[in-house]
Design a protein around this ligand. Structure first.
Ligand SMILES: Nc1ncnc2c1ncn2[C@@H]1O[C@H](COP(=O)(O)OP(=O)(O)OP(=O)(O)O)[C@@H](O)[C@H]1O
Ligand SMILES: [Mg+2]
Length: 643
């Protein structure tokens, strides 16, 4: 299989050697010897051709797997359509000859052949129209099916990728391009492949008609559309490059649109009256985007017009020549019709042929982004023979000299962190903003792998386990928990999808998280849709949302409960209620919670103090106070503000 980099070197244009590139904005060719240019151009053409073949095969397979029936019906319809133009022309020619005959001979005998021919033509036209209709139905249905199929593919694939992929701008560029381009292009591409086959047949039949008249007219007719084809392909390539280049700008534009059109930002945007500022940014970015697009677009169509004129001139000349032949009575009037029509249609067919190739090539380029996305492989995956996870854990969790650095960051987020959490133990992690607390949680959930060191459970590196098996052991609440615009029940239930409709389990989780009061007050209790995105949605307060998110973490029969600032939005009473029950809630399991409130942190069996990525102190509240270090000073600071 091709490695997908063929779109890096365009066809019919020199780019392969070095980074030289014809700039479409000024149209100048790069410097370099003619020979070098020619050979690099040849290489590029070869890459374009083989890339297009690969793309065609992949897309045919994709469309075939989407719906065999519809693909077949599109193929059959296209095949039948291929012979229609020649039949139509022959019938029209014969009809004219029959009419001319009738005029010359007179009498009723000449009427019959005319009627028969007219009836045949009627049948043919109706047939053609029916085929067109069936073709449209198949193509559109296939398009709809395929759009759903590809969207599902993208979702399934995205679901398998690493968290780090989602924190990467290139990924979003790819994702957006793939989504934009892959709904319609595959079917268009396949339709074009079929059409190409059809055009080849049509082309051959028409060519046979024309060669009978004059071989050199046939040759001229064939050559005249080639310049337009070359120009079209080059612009197609530039257009694709431009699309890739502009992808980040388009994302900025769509982000700015989101800022002004969704509830998430509406409050702030209005209160800070920042709307006009964002709109202005949009205007500026959109204008630049438009200018760049316009330049290429105008050039592309003007060039198409210019080269296309050659075709028009040739076909006019042919017409004149054939008219001359008819005038000299070297051919019949019917022949005249056949030849002129055949010439025009042949040219059309040939243009269709070249245009088809160009279109397939261009669709292939755009679809390459979809395959790039689908070829992206997660680095965090199950090993061949994963360790079974023990229930209950025997030795607990260990961080052994763990360091982690986020991609693109210089500083270490975790710097040589080592600790042990025994089965049944409850640990609180404290420390200032950016100290690395949430990073510990993410490494534990194997959302990232450490840069150095190891995270172990029961003495085995996390990498020896199947990540999904492992994650099933965790009941997690993230600092930036999700707020699903679904029912309250589903919001909690997705914490354990196997029991998403188990109302007793959901109610119990809500009870433990202190969320049942909130939900009982809702008009339809657990069936109330939360948020404002969907009809009948009921918005919750910040703290109420947090209670629901917390309940989600309690849905699982987890071996370890991990709560990242679970009470940040809770009122003092709710926080007190939660932590006074923390022993009972974590009975028989391990718990790791992060908190900025020392009054709650002290309820843990042990406390870890993080500072600039390092674990600087650990112990019970009493021990750390005695140590009189970082913990003691932060504790005193907070306590003093309450006095
Ligand atoms: N997704 C990310 N990509 C890149 N860098 C990140 C990411 N998340 C965190 N960081 C960096 O890692 C450092 C540690 O972040 P972390 O979220 O672990 O801090 P924290 O202790 O949880 O802070 P807080 O109390 O504010 O929640 C931060 O300085 C931040 O710059
Ligand atoms: Mg954090």
């Amino acid at each position: 299989m091709h490695n997908g980099d063929w779109y890096e070197s365009g066809p019919l244009r020199g780019r392969a050697a070095g980074n030289r590139q014809t700039d479409p904005a000024n149209g100048r060719e790069p410097p370099g010897s003619r020979r070098e240019r020619a050979s690099s151009r040849l290489r590029a053409v070869r890459a374009g051709v083989s890339g297009t073949l690969v793309a065609t095969r992949r897309v045919l397979a994709l469309v075939w797997s989407t719906s065999r029936g519809l693909t077949l019906s599109l193929a059959v319809v296209t095949a039948l359509q291929s012979v229609i133009p020649a039949l139509q022309i022959i019938l029209a020619g014969r009809l004219i000859d029959a009419v001319v005959n009738g005029i010359q001979e007179g009498g009723d005998a000449s009427v019959e052949p005319i009627v028969v021919l007219a009836a045949l033509q009627l049948g043919l036209l109706l047939g053609a129209s029916l085929l067109q209709t069936l073709g449209n139905i198949s193509q559109q249905l296939l398009q709809e099916r395929l759009a759903i199929h590809v969207q599902t593919l993208i979702m399934v694939h995205a679901n398998s990728l690493d968290l780090a992929d989602f924190e990467n701008a290139t990924y979003y560029d790819q994702l957006q391009q793939a989504q934009r381009e892959s709904a319609n292009r595959p079917v268009q591409m396949v339709a074009q492949v079929f059409n190409l086959a059809r055009t080849v047949v049509t082309f051959a039949t028409l060519l046979a008609l024309l060669v009978g008249l004059s071989p050199w007219i046939a040759v001229l007719t064939l050559l005249s559309p080639i310049p337009a084809f070359i120009s079209g392909s080059r612009y197609g390539w530039w257009g694709f490059q431009q699309m890739r280049r502009q992808s980040p700008v388009r994302r900025v534009l769509s982000y700015l649109t989101t800022l002004l059109t969704t509830d998430e930002y509406a409050k702030e945007v209005k209160l800070f009256t920042a709307g006009d500022h964002f709109i202005e940014r949009f205007r500026v970015a959109a204008t630049g985007y438009y200018d760049e697009t316009r330049q290429l677009l105008v050039r592309r169509y003007l060039a198409g017009f210019g080269w296309g004129a050659i075709t028009v001139i040739v076909s006019s000349g042919t017409f004149l020549y054939v008219a001359y032949l008819a005038l000299r009575a070297r051919i019949t009037i019917g022949d005249l019709t056949i030849y002129t029509q055949a010439a025009t249609q042949l040219q059309g067919a040939f243009q269709g042929l070249l245009g088809g190739v160009q279109g397939i090539y261009e669709h292939g380029l755009y679809l390459s982004t979809l395959y790039e996305l689908l070829e992206r492989q997660p680095t965090i995956a199950a090993p061949g023979n994963p360790m079974p996870v023990r229930r209950p854990f025997q030795e607990g969790i260990e961080f052994r000299n763990v360091s982690y650095r986020y991609p693109g960051n210089d500083a270490l987020a975790l710097d040589n962190v080592s600790f042990l959490i025994a089965p049944g133990e409850t640990v609180a992690v404290v420390g200032r903003n950016g100290a690395g607390k949430s990073t510990i949680v993410k490494l534990l959930g194997r959302l990232y792998d450490p840069v150095e060191g190891q995270v172990l459970i029961d003495g085995h590196d996390l990498r020896e386990y199947d990540p999904s098996q492992l994650r099933r052991q965790f009941g997690m609440m993230f600092q930036d928990y999700a707020t699903y615009q679904f029912t309250a029940g589903e919001n909690i239930g997705v914490g354990n999808v196997e029991r998403v409709s188990d109302s007793a389990a959901i109610a119990q989780a809500a009870e433990r998280a202190g969320a049942s009061g909130v939900i009982d007050a809702l008009p339809e209790k657990y069936d109330t849709t939360l948020g404002k995105w969907f009809e009948g949605g009921h918005q919750l307060s910040g703290g109420e949302w947090q209670k629901v998110a917390l309940a989600r973490a309690f849905m699982r029969d987890a071996q370890i409960l991990i709560l990242d600032e679970p009470t940040a939005a809770l009122d003092a009473q709710a926080e007190h209620d939660l932590f006074s029950r923390i022993k009972e809630l974590t009975e028989g399991r391990m718990a790791l919670f992060i908190s900025h409130r020392f009054s709650t942190a002290r309820m843990a069996d042990r406390i870890f103090v993080m500072d600039e990525g390092r674990l600087v102190e650990q112990g019970t509240h009493g021990e750390l106070m005695l140590l009189n270090g970082r913990y003691a000073s932060l504790f005193e600071l907070q306590a003093a503000s309450y006095r």
